[in-house]
Write a protein that binds this ligand. Structure first.
Ligand code: DQA
Length: 158
């Protein structure tokens, strides 16, 4: 089982950037914790960060046929990017959107997500712990899909 973790613009600055909003943890630390947890559960994780919209679109497209699930924080592109929304929709892979901060308690322009409506679910406002919750959530989603596929296979064999 493989999960792609895709991080949008300025998330490479975590630990330096707006620490009163995003906390002191660096992206590498968040990824190290996720990798440990994934390893304990026999899951492969692929981490990616880009500040460029087109590169994020490319990465989502690369997940097609390669990743079983996507955990994405599109960062500022959340609020603007039809291209990232369309890419998520196109690959049709279970996708969880994560936001470290509670975007609904912030400026009005952050309160609209272009991408959330095409994601399976969203985890918002738990700080960096949200990424761990997303891993747990993704494992649940993928095991439900596997169980459904098994049941369908059994039904066709009968
Ligand atoms: C963010 C929220 C966005 O509004 C912001 O542009 C970010 C981070 C979050 O994780 O809380 O870069 O996605």
């Amino acid at each position: 089982m493989k999960i792609a973790v895709i991080q949008g613009p300025n998330l490479n600055m975590l630990g330096v950037r707006d620490t009163q909003v995003y906390g002191p943890m660096r992206l590498e630390q968040i990824h190290a914790q996720m990798k440990d947890f994934a390893g304990q559960n026999g899951i492969e994780v692929d981490f990616y960060q880009s500040n460029l919209e087109g590169e994020i679109v490319d990465k989502i497209q690369e997940c097609y046929g390669d990743a079983d699930g996507i955990i994405i924080n599109p960062a500022a592109y959340t609020h603007t990017s039809i291209a990232i929304r369309d890419a998520i929709s196109a690959v049709n892979i279970p996708t969880i959107e994560v936001h470290i901060s509670n975007i609904y308690r912030r400026e009005e322009f952050r309160q609209k997500s272009m991408t959330a409506p095409v994601c399976t679910s969203s985890i918002i406002g738990f700080g960096p712990f949200g990424y761990h919750l997303a891993m747990v959530g993704m494992m649940q989603i993928l095991s439900e899909i596997q169980a459904m596929q098994r049941a369908q296979q059994e039904a066709t064999q009968e």
